[in-house]
Design a protein around this ligand. Structure first.
Ligand SMILES: [Zn+2]
Length: 123
């Protein structure tokens, strides 16, 4: 799997904390589609990086995730962020989590093993 797809998955899980609320659903949709295509073997790295660079909050977070040398201290401590109440779904095999931010979109299957996602505990 391309590193960019993993990066997109990490950033996608934090969208509500990184973007203005009005932009979350559209970016969640776009990232979700790119992640799914990436898992199917399509070359999506360039498109993912372009999307991340288009939003200052995402660009900053992606740079932090991509460069482990950036001190974590600049990030808010866990639990300090005020996330909107997006329902959380998890893969029963424990390898994927998904925040159902855009409720007009169907809940996806696990991109790793195709399992149906199940409701998880609140993040
Ligand atoms: Zn899975």
């Amino acid at each position: 799997m391309a590193d960019e797809v993993e990066l997109a998955e990490r950033v996608r899980g934090e969208l509500p904390a990184l973007l203005p609320a009005a932009e979350v659903a559209a970016v969640d949709d776009a990232l979700g589609e790119l992640i799914e295509r990436g898992h199917q073997g399509e070359p999506v790295a360039t498109a993912i990086l372009k999307l991340l660079r288009a939003h200052p909050g995402l660009r900053r977070r992606a740079a932090e995730l991509a460069d482990p040398g950036v001190p974590r201290a600049v990030l808010p401590p866990p639990g300090a962020r005020s996330l909107p109440p997006a329902p959380r779904y998890v893969c029963p095999n424990g390898d994927y989590e998904y925040f159902h931010v855009n409720t007009s979109r169907a809940i996806p299957k696990c991109p790793h093993d195709g399992a149906g996602l199940v409701p998880g505990d609140p993040a």
